[in-house]
Design a protein. Structure first.
Lengths: 189, 286
């Protein structure tokens, strides 16, 4: 047999499906998911290709793809799939797997926003919008470039406008069950 | 009538205009809102993206708390919260499963997407009867977004590709709701912050189509859609080199305007894309 250079991980799909099931093996490549996907313009792999590569045990390609991170989770693919493949839910699981296995996200801002959000919820039990954007900008490393370029003023203006229109609280609401929430969110990294 | 109410985090912050309009409109229709005690964040996109377990456990805590309130129905204005609560029910095996009964109990209320609740036949009739200022000259498109509809086996949406709730409400208030193909297309949600280029493109497409079918405003029920379409409109206009000037109005604000609920102009003044010129032009506001 000719050497292909591919190193399929034949246990990959099994492990993925154990967290689902996502029914990836039901896919017959009709591409309805890809054709209806509003975010496909920003993807390096189309949703049907993610499924196909997962079936072929191409773990690294899938976990390091842009696609899993730019998926908007709009659920159009899962809804329209004629075979009941839970594509959007599979994308979520692949993101979580990538984070757990230390595969760097090619969309660090997307990951940074999710992490900043959960950290925010862990502290008080509810999202405190007043801290979310500044923490995200710090965490994603955008604060520095924004200060250098002067574009921080856009964010500051937005915050000021929200404040003036009484659409931003200055203090977070801390719930009584905060301890329960931080226990639920403890293992996230 | 008393119902349980799960507002969700944004309704305490950037969507306070929505929250205020809901409280005022519900009270004018004799609906008393009883907030879920000590409710927490549903986890939103962040939790289901990178922490599946939390994405279920956070809403399950809310379901348990909701079951301690003695009402048979719970209204949820935020479609993402609605979706996460319904997903949690689904993950537990459905309301009648032994797991759900053991974890949440038998007194869990029915979970309603707020727009669907208002689009029920009885509510529509009450609304029609309460209209004091029909919105006859107003032409809008109804924009539903993703989460109240999809996936239908979780949301229970009757027509997920062509939902009707907002259209029925808008018509009951006397306005014209125009047909358009992007009712349930995605606004990009949190990508507006982490990938603004993607958000701008997705939302720009919506504005373009809304104008092409002749709409003067977009009616929404989702505060995420509202903020993405409203707060960034000037930036997207600059990016695309054209003016849209499309007010993005909550359906509850329209109910308030048409039924003379006090406060409507105050809620609308909090929007970024000013709806007042349009409302004056169409004789709805002074």
């Amino acid at each position: 047999m000719q050497q292909t250079g591919l190193s399929p991980d034949f246990t990959f799909l099994e492990r993925v499906e154990a967290a689902g099931p996502f029914h990836a093996t039901e896919c017959f490549q009709c591409r309805k998911c890809t054709n209806g996907c509003p975010a496909s313009f920003a993807m390096d792999l189309f949703p049907d290709q993610v499924i196909r590569l997962a079936l072929l045990g191409q773990k690294q390609e899938v976990l390091s793809s842009q696609t899993i991170w730019v998926c908007a989770a709009c659920e159009t693919c899962s809804t329209r799939c004629p075979n009941g493949v839970r594509i959007a839910e599979l994308m979520d699981h692949l993101k979580e797997m990538a984070v757990k296995e230390g595969v760097p996200s090619p969309q660090p801002q997307v990951l940074a926003l999710h992490q900043s959000f959960l950290e925010n919820v862990r502290l008080t039990g509810r999202v405190f919008e007043g801290a979310l954007l500044p923490v995200f900008l710090l965490r994603s490393g955008q604060m520095r470039s924004k200060i250098e370029k002067g574009t921080w003023r856009d964010e500051a203006r937005l915050g000021w406008k929200l404040l003036r229109k009484k659409r931003l609280s200055l203090l977070p609401t801390v719930i009584k069950g905060r301890g329960e929430i931080s226990a639920i969110l403890r293992p996230s990294k | 009538m008393k119902v349980t109410y799960y507002p969700g985090c944004s309704l305490e912050g950037t969507a306070r205009d929505y929250a205020d309009s809901i409280h005022a409109v519900c009270s004018s229709f004799g609906i008393e809102l009883e907030e879920v005690p000590d409710w927490n964040c549903c986890g939103a996109t962040a939790a289901h993206s990178i922490n599946h377990k939390a994405g279920v456990e956070l809403p399950v805590r809310n379901l348990k708390l909701a079951a301690t309130v003695a009402n048979s129905e719970m209204l949820v204005p935020c479609p993402l919260c609605f979706n996460r609560l319904k997903t949690a029910v689904w993950q537990l095996g459905g309301e009648s499963s032994t797991r759900f009964q053991a974890e949440v109990g038998s007194r869990a209320p029915r979970i309603w997407d707020l727009a669907n609740y208002f689009a029920g036949e009885e509510m529509l009739r009450k609304m029609e009867a309460a209209v004091t200022k029909p919105l006859e000259k107003l032409k809008v498109v109804c924009y539903y977004g993703c989460m109240a509809s999809r996936p239908p086996e979780i949301t229970g949406a009757a027509d997920h590709e062509n939902p009707q709730s907002l259209d029925l409400i808008v018509k009951a208030l006397g306005a014209t709701s125009l047909a358009w193909p992007y009712k349930t297309d995605c606004c990009g949600a949190s990508l507006m912050i982490s990938r603004p280029d993607m958000g701008y493109r997705l939302v720009g497409k919506l504005y373009d189509m809304a104008l092409r079918v002749g709409a003067e405003a977009v009616v929404v029920s989702c505060q995420m859609c509202q903020s993405n379409l409203d707060m960034y409109q000037d930036k997207i206009e600059a990016e695309m080199g054209r003016r849209f000037s499309l007010p993005i109005i909550y359906f509850t604000e329209l109910i308030g305007l048409a039924c003379g609920v006090p406060g409507a102009e105050g809620w609308l003044s909090r929007h970024f894309t000013d709806p007042l010129p349009l409302l004056r032009r169409t004789g709805i506001a002074y």
